[in-house]
Unconditional design. Sequence first.
Length: 125
Amino acid sequence: MSSAIFMRLRHALGEHAVEADAEGRPRAVPDSVAGIAQVCGLAHEQGWRVRLEGRGTWMPADAPADLALTTRALARISDIAPADLVASSEAGVSLAGLQRELAARAVWLAIDPPGQPERSLGSVI
């Protein structure tokens, strides 16, 4: 089944957005919300089990799944408004990366979650 999943994902997302995880299972690496929706739609239609990975820096990949879906390509910070104390970003942005961008504007995020600083904001939330 794994080769069929690879083929369907590559057709939907492109060759660049599909890779194999450490166990050889397909891993989708979409770079847009539309790409994530496409993967989830295919998984629903085909009955595939999906494991969310984020940046792969927080939890071990131990959930049973037919494919992994990572948010690491969703790593854009779209807006930082220091005067309003607001920042907007995608789920794959690393906490450390956001902290660096905020520091460059003389602001900071007042949280200190456990885990590696390179973990994604999605995993922090």
